[in-house]
Design a protein around this ligand. Sequence first.
Ligand SMILES: Nc1ncnc2c1ncn2[C@@H]1O[C@H](COP(=O)(O)OP(=O)(O)OP(=O)(O)O)[C@@H](O)[C@H]1O
Ligand SMILES: [Mg+2]
Length: 346
Amino acid sequence: MPPLIGVDISSTAVKMVELSGGAGAYQLENYSIVPLVKDSVVDGHIASLEQVGVVLSRAWKLLSTRERRVALALPTTEVISKKVLMQAGLREHEMELQVETEASQYIPFALDDVNIDFQVLGPAPGDPSDVEVIIAASRKDNIEDRVGVVEEAGLKVVIMDVETYATEAAYELASNQLANGGRGQTVMIVDIGAVKMRVSALHDNQFIYSREQTFGGYQLTQEIQRQYGLTFENAEISKRKGDLPEGYKTAVLEPFKQSLVLEVARALQLFVSSSQYNKVDHIMLAGGCAAIPGVDVAVAERTRVNTVVANPFTNMSVSSRVKQKNLAADAPSLMIACGLALRRFN
Ligand SMILES: Nc1ncnc2c1ncn2[C@@H]1O[C@H](COP(=O)(O)OP(=O)(O)OP(=O)(O)O)[C@@H](O)[C@H]1O
Ligand SMILES: [Mg+2]
């Protein structure tokens, strides 16, 4: 597949990643993160096409690439997906018909209003005369908004993925950070963004659990605004740079870190008590809040579980165009964009 750029339109920023090379020897060509004005994207919906369009153009310019082909993802909450079994060896149009029949049974919208896609996963476990097929459906207007705003910015959408799948693809790389690549072990990934905390768990590198709740760095930004009388935008900048008045660390940052640690500890308990696994071997922290200095240590102390900050680029070579200084802090919030950039290779 020719080069493409992974583009994540998240609730706080547009993030782009470009990779080159090939399996086992990827190179990070460049990445960019450009913040969005607050409420441009709300709950996965693009509320301001104009704002998002401007930021997409800026993020693309910062990459200084010639490539305009991109992979995008839909928020998981906007996609209904279902695994079904079908007879092996069906022809394409026979499968399409069956997919429509299956889909009409579980999609709560008129089929005319949705886009349906499917992919054969492989032979059904236990019965080789069947294949497992994953069907994914999303409302057309969701897709059209995303594709429209990206194409308006002069880019070309060649892949439309789902955020969960993109995260899974990036995890495959980040799992290199764990002993034995996570094989045979139980790993809990906690992605803490601005407003959402997403918890997923894997056993032997298979995803077995996921849950999401409201919690994120926006709370800290609001507290900074309140304490120091800053606008949202300035509070965000100062927060990332860490250049806030004396006393910030103990009075504002530390209490937030404590509540973050508590949320992770609770999520761990919830997972352990609701699954067949009675322990977790590693916690992997992702999302922008994983960049807060020392959160990994604090989580490890509280939970007694080995904790790492996700970095899907660990084993990659890095092009000289990349600003290395920020890479480690930015990496945990680039999981989706990186997973999308990887689509070039499969
Ligand atoms: N270096 C940093 N130090 C502290 N906080 C940071 C840093 N970088 C990002 N953040 C915070 O992380 C949050 C953004 O994280 P992320 O990019 O993962 O969110 P998002 O994917 O846009 O949002 P969500 O997942 O909630 O939809 C913001 O609250 C931001 O202030
Ligand atoms: Mg996110």
